[in-house]
Ligand binder design. Structure first.
Ligand SMILES: Nc1ncnc2[nH]cnc12
Ligand SMILES: [Zn+2]
Length: 339
């Protein structure tokens, strides 16, 4: 199963670029920017990656991104991620960034977006990895700040394809940002939102009905509501599931208890993603492999999950089909025909 997963073509649809910040690179960038990290070394920092809930992680995640100051920092961060996924046969990635995590520290919006985008373009040109870039709103901040941030995003429509919603879910329901997402959709942005990671099914309903999402990020808790589950299945709405994130943030008690099979049996278009791999212990291959071993996925299940990923990208249909054909060829070459 390991080499089958490693060599399989994959798409990643739920990835926070700031969550790919490996401690070694964080220390290197901190040093060149003359910033002191509150950890003695890489080991001490890694030891702090012990979370009981989403907020424990977010506190460290915002602290980590604090060392990003110059456009080259954003480039280096993104390029490290691109070379990593290249080694894992990820052919397409749609990544998030959190502009407010940078502008709140007086780093200009364009410094972040230009550095990230330049690395993504290099990844496409040099390594053939296609991409989409989605700006996310920090839901613990207010709606006015979100709208002002979105307006800045509109100045970079040549680089940004959509709007997402992330950060502390509980107490910050999607309805807080209805106007922001209606405006983003009217301007042609695709729409995604974290919903049902820690928050209740009601937040997933709001993401669908008020924000008009094109995909749901996480969505685990939708399973608590049969009518909601049926609706998501009927609409063919993708869920960007993140197994190792779910484990590290205690959304599931252990990976063997992960509901991925229930999701597939319910007809949900579940995809596999790494979320914040530097913090959660693994990139795409580790997420696929550890999940497959924990819940005993078949190769056909694994192909189904990878196919869901390609089908749920925001690529034009023709580009999507090229990637799906590669996956089909891979499945056929490995005798997997029933997916
Ligand atoms: N898993 C997650 N949930 C909410 N906000 C995030 N920001 C980065 N990772 C996140
Ligand atoms: Zn996420």
């Amino acid at each position: 199963m390991q080499t089958f997963i490693e060599n399989m073509p994959k798409a990643e649809l739920h990835l926070h670029i700031e969550g790919t910040f490996e401690p070694e690179l964080m220390f290197e960038i901190a040093q060149r920017n003359g910033i002191e990290l509150p950890f003695a070394d890489v080991e001490a920092l890694r030891k702090a990656y012990d979370f009981r809930r989403l907020q424990d992680f977010l506190d460290i995640y915002y602290q980590g991104m604090n060392v990003l100051r110059e456009e080259q920092d954003y480039y280096d961060l993104t390029w490290a991620y691109i070379t990593k996924i290249h080694s894992e046969n990820v052919l397409h990635t749609e990544i998030f960034f959190d502009p407010q995590g940078h502008t709140a520290r007086d780093v200009p919006f364009e410094t972040a977006v230009n550095g990230i985008h330049r690395a993504l373009v290099d990844g496409k040109e040099k390594l053939g990895i296609s991409f989409g870039l989605i700006m996310c709103i920090l839901r613990h901040l207010d709606a006015d700040d979100a709208m002002a941030t979105l307006e800045q995003g509109f100045l970079h429509k040549d680089k940004i394809i959509g709007l997402g919603l992330d950060s502390s879910e509980l107490g910050h329901p999607p309805e807080k940002f209805t106007d922001v997402f209606v405006r983003a959709k009217a301007e042609g942005f695709v729409i995604v939102a974290h919903a049902g990671e820690e928050g209740p099914p009601e937040y997933v309903y709001q993401a669908l009905d008020l924000l008009k999402v094109d995909r749901i990020d996480h969505g685990n808790r939708a399973l608590e509501d049969d009518a909601l589950t049926q609706r998501i299945a009927d609409e063919g709405m993708a869920l960007t599931v993140c197994p190792l994130s779910n484990l590290k943030l205690c959304v599931v008690e252990d990976l063997a208890a992960h509901p991925i099979k229930e999701m597939l049996h319910a007809g949900l278009k579940a995809t596999i993603n790494s979320d914040d791999p530097a913090y959660f212990g693994g990139y795409m291959n580790a997420n696929f492999l550890q999940l497959a071993e924990a819940v005993d996925l078949s190769k056909a299940d694994v192909i189904t999950l990878a196919r869901n990923g390609f089908e749920s990208t925001f690529l034009p249909d023709a580009d999507k089909q090229v990637l799906l054909d590669k996956l089909d060829a891979y499945a056929a070459a490995h005798g997997v025909t029933n997916a």
